[in-house]
Write a protein that binds this ligand. Structure first.
Ligand code: AMP
Length: 203
């Protein structure tokens, strides 16, 4: 990846709109969205060794092991299209992933440009995610619900978020790269708020 390319992280519970907003940042800024959830779903669909290990864990709403996720991400980051800069959606999700990612960037003389926390209300997320019928790739609404999107699993995923991922907000705050935005409003307003942040950090 080019040394000055932005490295942006979107933090937030399932349903906060990380995927939607990451795709908009791709369009608006020419960044590349890296979703570990999409990578893992592709591995499950392809029946790879990593996919076989990840399947049951994902269906239970728990986190896949750092080793599997980091291997999949490293592989993706070795491809040339990431040179323009990346927007991570759904990664890192644990302290271990955050530390390993910092190491990966440091080896290339880089660091996280901004970690943006999408602030939402948990209860609203259960309804939002368990009613989710949109296609991850195209945003169309005629696709089947994603695996793991029933209300019970969503609650498990929220628990995993609070126990393992929310502490990363303090981690990035400590590094001076944290930004927070209210993500309960209209998609277009959130897109604008994110756009101003990205303009600010890439100036
Ligand atoms: P997502 O599409 O980001 O909500 O991810 C769907 C599921 O994939 C999660 O509930 C986890 O089981 C798994 N997953 C995605 N990203 C990660 C990650 N960075 N670390 C561990 N598990 C992950």
């Amino acid at each position: 990846m080019a040394k000055n390319s932005p490295v942006l992280i979107l933090l937030g519970p399932p349903g906060a709109g990380k995927g939607t907003q990451a795709r908009m940042l791709e369009e608006d800024f020419g960044l590349v969205q890296l979703s570990t959830g999409d990578m893992l779903r592709a591995a499950v669909a392809a029946g790879t060794e990593a996919g076989k290990k990840a399947k049951a864990v994902m269906e239970a709403g728990q986190l896949v092991s750092d080793d599997i996720v980091l291997a999949i991400l490293r592989d993706r980051m070795s491809q040339p299209d990431v040179a323009k800069g990346i927007i991570l959606d759904g990664f890192p999700r644990t302290d271990g992933q955050a530390a390993a990612f910092d190491g990966l960037l440091a080896a290339n003389g880089q660091k996280v440009t901004a970690a943006i926390s999408l602030e939402v209300n948990d209860e609203a997320m259960v309804g939002r995610v368990s009613g989710r019928y949109t296609c991850d790739k195209c945003g169309g609404t005629d696709m089947k619900r994603r695996a793991g999107d029933n209300a019970e699993t969503v609650r498990e995923r929220l628990k995993a978020y609070h126990a393992q991922t929310a502490p990363l907000i303090a981690y990035y705050n400590g590094k001076g790269v944290l930004q927070k935005i209210d993500a309960m409003g209209a998609i277009g307003d959130i897109r604008k708020a994110l756009g101003s942040i990205v303009d600010g950090v890439s100036a």
